[in-house]
Design a protein around this ligand. Structure first.
Ligand SMILES: Cc1ncc(COP(=O)(O)O)c(C=O)c1O
Length: 383
């Protein structure tokens, strides 16, 4: 390796190390160490095709992928013989997959999703040519049930494809599955497909006492979860659905010796290994502890802002603390996500109390305190 290449790599490493230290705006668990499995990065691993069909091609990690999927199936209460899923490239691919299945099952279905849904839902509607009704949101980011019912009522002759947000991107709000089911029943909509976008909270809610129950014992059809909470150097996620839905879309492909059931052809074989390693080493109990700690630390940050009368909000069971946009200097340093007049910190495993205290101190130094928070309701805390 030439000196120039070595120097460029060393500089980049330093930059990434520094940027990782002060990152608070996006939902990435930066506390992971995968050096034990780094040796596999010298090998090609491609899981192209169905995760459950063994191809002749040998450079894949299907056995690990299947174990990862079984963990999620157990977490989301769907029997082994009824579920299907795969390790995706992230939450977006999981959402695309849910919308694709829904469109195949109900070609004339109308999609309903709230204003606060992730942009991948609108993208799916465009890609798969699904008629899309955008439902208003409440101030806390949750879907507006009255508006939803109004739209459902007007279109009750068409199947409904519903995207439920189980933790919105910006405010961490959770749409109420039970209320949505009541609305469908009241309006006698029998043909519906319920997809849950649980990109971040999908690995938090199952571990919290009293949190809303979202799982396959209720009539949901698919769920997309991103690996952001587990933490992975390569973006990835998981999608779970019912086996019977996938059987409707599968096509046998001789060339890959497998069945085409996924959105992508070639699929990353390293990410299942990463997820498997994380689950083996941290397990259910470890993830549960991490989820509770993140929620407690988010409440700590929220309280620190509140006692200083800094405009802020925190949804129940969420680790996304929303607060008034601070100075540009802080936004840059802490890599905060901004929307209109607001910013948020997503309290992941690497945002510990010490870091929160540092942030609060810097915020107070940089920002004149604003006492007027009338236009932003503070949500009650349950923990
Ligand atoms: C609610 C929600 N859904 C989907 C996504 C997309 O996930 P990914 O970035 O893993 O594709 C995000 C990303 O932040 C999200 O917040």
């Amino acid at each position: 390796m030439s000196n120039r290449v070595a120097k460029e790599l060393a500089d980049f490493l330093l930059q990434i190390e520094q940027r990782s230290q002060f990152h608070a705006g996006y939902p990435y668990n930066l506390s992971c160490d995968y050096s034990v499995i780094a040796k596999f990065f010298n090998f090609l691993l491609n899981n192209a095709g169905d995760p459950y069909i063994e191809p002749d091609f040998g450079l894949h990690s299907r056995m690990f992928e299947q174990e990862v999927l079984s963990f999620f199936a157990h977490l989301y209460k769907i029997p082994e013989n009824q579920f299907w899923g795969y390790v995706t490239a992230g939450g977006t691919e999981g959402n695309l997959y849910g919308m694709f299945l829904a469109r195949e099952i109900y070609p004339s279905g109308i999609l309903y999703s709230s204003q606060d849904s992730h942009y991948s839902i609108s993208k799916a509607a465009k890609l798969f040519c699904i008629k899309h009704n955008v439902v208003n949101s409440q101030i806390n980011g949750e879907i507006n049930y009255e508006h939803f019912e109004d739209l459902i009522n007007k279109n009750s002759n068409y199947p409904a494809i519903i995207n439920l947000n189980i933790g919105t991107t910006v405010k961490g709000a959770i749409d109420n599955l039970d209320k949505v089911l009541e609305i469908l029943e009241r309006n006698q909509v029998k043909d519906y497909y319920l997809h849950c976008d649980a990109a971040l909270s999908g690995l938090i809610l199952p571990f919290l006492d009293g949190a809303p129950q979202v799982h396959f014992q209720k009539p949901i059809d698919s769920i997309a979860i991103s690996a952001k909470f587990i933490g992975s150097p390569l973006p990835c996620g998981v999608v779970l659905t019912k086996k019977k839905w996938v059987e409707k879309v599968e096509t046998a492909i001789e060339y890959i010796g497998s069945t085409d059931t996924t959105i992508l052809g070639s699929r990353n074989g390293h990410t299942p290994l990463i997820l498997w390693y994380a689950l083996q080493t941290r397990g259910y109990d470890g993830l549960a502890r991490e989820a509770k700690t993140c929620i407690h630390n988010a409440q700590y940050l929220f309280q620190q802002l509140k006692i200083r009368e800094y405009p802020c909000m925190l949804n129940n069971f969420s680790n996304t603390v929303v607060f008034q946009k601070p100075s540009q200097k802080l936004i840059k340093k802490w890599q905060l996500a901004i929307f209109e007049n607001w910013a948020h910190i997503i309290v992941m495993q690497n945002i510990e109390r010490e870091k929160i205290d540092t942030f609060i101190n810097e915020l107070l130094l940089h920002q004149r305190l604003v006492n007027n928070s009338e236009d932003f309701q503070l949500q009650p805390l349950v923990h």
